[in-house]
Ligand binder design. Structure first.
Ligand SMILES: Cc1cc2nc3c(=O)[nH]c(=O)nc-3n(C[C@H](O)[C@H](O)[C@H](O)COP(=O)(O)O)c2cc1C
Length: 492
């Protein structure tokens, strides 16, 4: 049995829905060999499949074409159900930072300590540079590795003025020092009404721009790529947060709340009913996104992420369950995606050609009759044609009261499908907590990078620990020079 097959035995196969599985095998193991790193840089770019260039991407392109002709179109729920159980238990993720000694017994089963998963992983650790630590380029921006910090709202602007505080500075710069390749600053509102809560960051005035400049500058100085997520919260605007209370409800005006805006007057859960946006107002929101992007460029960010996920304004327009308009922004697919595409165009025109543009999507709303994987793939194709460089694939949070089958890596198959079928780089996110789990995602080509969210809240140095666990020599790990004396594996 070759090493790739051992992996598959141990960790399960990547989702088998189309030729992607074949792609994963060809590119990762069978022809190139797991001991080589030569294939890895190709994961992150070269999606254009230019003649005479990477045979990898040609294979990839053809595989995806076959998939589109014959086997595309299965539902997101099916892919999620097919997702191999990951043997890594997130609860045990931090018990030890030492690589475990592996027992030899072949009787041990999938997921058991010393079992096939760990035996296979032992081979993984022989790889000179793990896939996670292979650099990646997005347009002219080089990212030092494929471990990224996803946007996570801190809801910590107590002054309710949208201005980043010292806490935000410490939070983001710590993760950059901790080795993350790309640090995405949390959902940042493009206007006061666009905030999720009164305590959100904003980027519509000079003070906000200056405070964010300090963060972008020092995230960059610490070796990470600073990216900012721009958002309009739509019908979920004016939500409560831990410091204000009113969780999942609308904050009243005397505590700083306001009436939410949305494509249609449909409330989210127990929140207030939003006011339907007029067409002129929609145009102004597109302008707000472009203006915030211009500020982000001036502040020193090296990439922009558009938030088109999780039931905020842009995803509300995408989803037929939240958008029941009958004008050019509602109804058929081309109308529902119009706003996202307009925002992408406006931002692309506002930022340098060298700067990457990312879009975060919910690949399914997990509800009957709503937004799903097929539409996401189609949207990704359109966005790619409009200058979007990478799709950050999440799911859910669009409609309330639906079941989300969360388990380790449960959103990875969506990132894999978008990547394979829209031929656009993706990141995977959601319950990716362990280095080996993350390494497999990148190595198999399920996504170009992984995002570590809550696990990074408890461990800002997650990438440094991952480097050690995956056997990367300290001098190649993303340590700040000043931390080398305390590197994992040092005796004192
Ligand atoms: C505290 C917190 C705040 C979040 N805020 C955002 C946000 O601002 N924008 C966004 O797109 N996702 C947000 N998310 C979702 C995360 O980016 C990520 O997708 C999610 O936590 C799943 O990844 P994980 O299992 O690694 O934590 C947030 C999640 C958490 C826990």
């Amino acid at each position: 049995m070759d090493e790739l097959h051992e992996y598959q035995e141990a960790f399960g196969r990547p989702v088998e829905v189309n030729a992607l599985g074949r792609h994963a095998q060809t590119s990762v193991g069978a022809s190139e060999g797991l001991e080589t790193t030569a294939a890895m840089p190709k994961y992150g770019h070269d999606y254009a499949g230019k003649a005479g260039e990477s045979s990898q991407s040609d294979k990839f392109g053809k595989a995806a074409e076959r998939a589109q002709e014959g086997e595309a179109g299965k539902s997101g729920k099916k892919h999620a159900a097919d997702n191999p159980d990951n043997p890594d238990n997130p609860d045990k993720a931090h018990k030890s930072d030492k690589p475990k000694k592996l027992k030899k017994s072949s009787k041990l089963g999938k997921g058991e300590p010393g079992g096939k998963a760990q035996q296979a992983t032992a081979k993984l650790t022989k790889v000179k540079v793990p896939g996670l630590f292979t650099p990646m380029s997005l347009r002219q921006v080089q990212v030092r590795n494929r471990i990224w910090l996803p946007p996570m709202c801190m809801y910590s602007v107590q002054a309710q003025d949208g201005v980043a505080t010292d806490f935000h500075y410490q939070h983001y710069v710590s993760r950059a020092l901790g080795g993350f390749g790309l640090v995405i600053v949390e959902s940042t509102a493009v206007s006061p009404q666009a905030r999720i809560s009164p305590c959100d960051l904003g980027l519509w005035n000079d003070r906000q721009e200056q405070a964010l400049q300090r963060i972008a500058t020092d995230v960059r100085a610490a070796g990470a790529v600073p990216v900012i997520q721009l958002n309009h919260a739509g019908r979920k605007a004016s939500s409560g947060c831990s410091s204000l209370g009113y969780i999942s409800r609308t904050v009243p005006a005397d505590l700083g709340g306001w009436q939410p805006l949305a494509p249609s007057p449909l409330a989210y859960g127990k929140m207030d009913t939003p006011r339907q946006l007029g067409v002129g107002e929609i145009g102004a929101i597109v302008e707000d996104f472009a203006a915030a992007a211009r500020r982000a460029v001036r502040a020193g960010f090296e990439g922009i992420e558009i938030h088109a996920a999780h039931g905020y304004l842009l995803s509300e327009f995408l989803d037929p369950l939240t958008n029941v308009r009958s004008d050019e922004y509602g109804g058929e697919f081309e109308h529902r995606i119009r706003l996202v595409v307009e925002v992408a165009d406006a931002i692309r025109a506002a930022i340098p050609q060298t700067m990457p543009l990312l879009v975060r999507v919910s690949a399914t709303d997990w509800a009957q009759g709503g937004w799903d994987l097929e539409q996401t793939i189609e949207l990704a194709r359109v966005l790619k044609a409009h200058g979007v460089d990478l799709v950050d694939v999440s799911t859910g949070a669009i409609v309330s009261g639906v079941y989300t089958p969360a388990k380790p890596g449960y959103q990875v198959p969506f990132a894999q499908q978008v990547r394979a079928q829209a031929l656009v780089p993706t990141t995977a996110v959601g319950l990716i907590t362990k280095p080996k789990q993350a390494e497999c995602i990148v190595r198999w080509g399920q996504a170009d990078a992984v995002e570590i969210g809550r696990a990074a809240l408890r461990d800002p140095y997650w990438p440094l620990r991952a480097a050690y666990k995956l056997g990367l020599p300290t001098n190649q790990a993303p340590y700040p020079q000043a931390y080398l004396q305390g590197a994992y594996g040092t005796k004192r």
